[in-house]
Design a protein around this ligand. Structure first.
Ligand code: AHG
Ligand code: MN
Ligand code: MN
Length: 364
């Protein structure tokens, strides 16, 4: 294929920037550094056992990250790749990562910039040892003005901005092909890594998620811990043609949120990792700043929706760097339905009770 046929990521970013004559190019350079980290991770993942990449981190006994989860070797390697690709360029005021308890300070020998990068360097890492797709997911925020002006060390609080303030979000998916999916607030574009050139090429411009779907994704082993609105939604999907929905649904669960997000971007669907009663200290499984927010921005930029079930994800004000939250995202009409079920009274399932029926007093 002639080189000119598809834009590279670099060409795409330069052409986008021409729309903003005042832009310094800093932002594009940052995205390209993130893309470089993703390419490095893609190679490490591809070598698998041949590169000694599988298994847990730590010589004797597994090491545990701030989430209380076992760190895989590749979690740590991927985190290091994100850091070394991004700490030197002068674009960042600091970073936050699933794999680091505290915010990462840009080392003294490098200049500090105006952006914050927060990421999950390897999402779905329990899939690594079984050769199933994994990904990286990231969010870019503007650093608070006093950080930019003073160049001071960053604090966790500097990341406490609602998702609506993200400047960019994206993920890389290490599957049969490596893809980079990116939004800079002007739609969602996806690039496939050309392994011959080592370049991401634009293959899926301006992705739009279908508003309706017949496919849902949830870890059903948690069903006894679900709240009533989630139970109701899933029960109705399972009832299929014979139930309230009047159509059959299909189900998927990859245990790699990035891979599920990608499937949903490509063909619609809905993903739920809702708040449940499994562990009262954990209000949800997934992390707000580097999982829910970036996937939420991508969904909304593609015409989908992301929610806690109770409120739009993009409006949630974070209160800690590693905060967990209930997450529902995907096809707009399904997410809105799940939000509606959360607003409706609990006994809604009991259609026999006229107080809670479709036209009852208790409906919004
Ligand atoms: P991570 O590997 O970064 O900890 O994230 C895994 C996440 C997410 O990708 C996936 O949807 C979910 O955890 C799977 O959870 P279960 O094991 O409960 O299914
Ligand atoms: Mn993750
Ligand atoms: Mn991870």
């Amino acid at each position: 294929m002639p080189l000119s046929k598809r834009s590279t990521l670099t060409q795409f970013l330069i052409e986008e920037r021409r729309r903003f004559p005042g832009a310094s190019g800093d932002f594009n350079a940052l995205i390209l550094d993130v893309a470089l980290a993703c390419k490095a991770i893609a190679r490490a993942v591809a070598f698998g056992e041949l590169g000694g990449m599988l298994g847990n981190h730590g010589e004797s006994g597994a090491s545990i990250n701030v989430q209380g989860e076992t760190q895989k070797k590749l979690d740590v390697i991927s985190n290091d790749m994100f850091i070394s690709a991004n700490n030197w360029g002068g674009h960042l005021a600091g970073m936050g990562s699933e794999e680091m308890d505290d915010p990462y300070q840009i080392p003294g020998q490098y200049p500090r910039g105006k952006y914050l990068l927060v990421f999950d360097p390897l999402d779905g890492s329990s899939n690594i040892d079984v050769n199933v797709s994994v990904g990286s997911i990231f969010s870019i925020l503007r650093a608070p003005q006093d950080v930019i002006d003073s160049g001071r060390d960053i604090k966790a609080e500097d990341f406490f901005q609602p998702g609506a303030q993200q400047l960019a979000a994206g993920y890389a998916l290490y599957g049969p092909t490596t893809m980079l999916v990116l939004t800079v607030g002007n739609g969602v574009n996806a690039f496939t890594l050309d392994p011959n050139l080592g370049e991401f090429k634009l293959t899926h411009p301006n992705i739009q998620i279908p508003a309706d779907t017949q496919e849902f994704a949830i870890n059903a082993s948690n069903s006894r811990f679900w709240e009533a609105p989630v139970k109701r939604y899933v029960d109705e999907c399972l009832a299929g043609k014979t139930g309230a929905r009047g159509k059959d649904f299909n189900m998927r669960w990859i245990a790699s949120m990035v891979a599920e997000a990608h499937r949903i971007l490509m063909r619609g669907g809905v993903f739920l990792y809702p708040r449940d009663t499994k562990d009262p200290s954990k209000p949800g499984r997934l992390r707000l700043l580097y999982e829910a927010n970036p996937v939420g921005m991508i969904m909304e930029q593609a015409g989908g929706r992301a929610s806690t079930g109770r409120e739009p994800m993009m409006g949630v004000m974070p209160t800690s760097l590693h905060q967990r939250i209930g997450l529902v995202f995907g096809s707009r009409n399904e997410v809105e339905r799940i939000e509606r079920y959360h607003r409706e009274p609990v006994a809604q399932k009991d259609d026999a009770n006229p107080l809670f029926a479709e036209r009852s007093l208790f409906r919004d």
